[in-house]
Design a protein around this ligand. Structure first.
Ligand code: ZN
Length: 165
């Protein structure tokens, strides 16, 4: 397994043209400046394009590049700036973590920073698993870039990633 490409074009905080929320993404030329699409709206807008990937890309850009940026594609530092954790009351879990317009997982960590770290690491783990031959279902997972993998040496070891990291 090799390391994913690092896209050097900077991510920006864009406004979602579908729901008006904020999301990390890259400007696509067919969107007005400052506007993008949040992860929570991707599947609805994909259906709106008759599930046609070419049409979706024409309108919204490439998933994983312009929109649909996953936690596992960015460093923990950047993730923790844009993700948030809500404390849960009368719920089996302690925290629910949100990123780019979607709930992406729960945590029982003592504090918010721990919840963000746990959910980020889990997303990296899942992205690595999704790139293995053992993965039974086709997960659309972008391989985490090198700057993310160096944050998780144990996962790199677990998934036997051979690279120069
Ligand atoms: Zn949205």
């Amino acid at each position: 397994m090799s390391v994913g490409n690092t896209n050097t074009s900077p991510l920006k905080n864009l406004k979602c043209s579908c729901c008006g929320g904020y999301t990390l993404g890259r400007q696509w030329h067919n969107r007005d400046t400052g506007w993008g699409l949040c992860n929570g709206c991707v599947s609805r807008c994909f259906k709106g394009c008759d599930n046609d990937n070419e049409e979706f890309e024409r309108v919204y850009g490439k998933r994983g590049v312009h929109c649909d940026i996953r936690a596992s594609s960015i460093t923990f530092e950047l993730f923790s700036k844009y993700a948030s954790a809500s404390k849960l009351l009368n719920h089996g879990r302690k925290w629910e973590v949100f990123f780019n317009g979607l709930s992406i997982g729960f945590s029982d960590s003592e504090d918010e920073a721990g919840a963000l770290r746990e959910v980020h690491e889990r997303d990296v783990n899942n992205a690595l698993y999704g790139n293995t031959a053992d993965c039974p279902i086709p997960l659309r997972c972008t391989m985490p870039p090198k700057e993310v993998l160096v944050e998780y040496p144990l996962l790199v070891e677990k998934f036997s990633i051979k690279s120069d990291i």
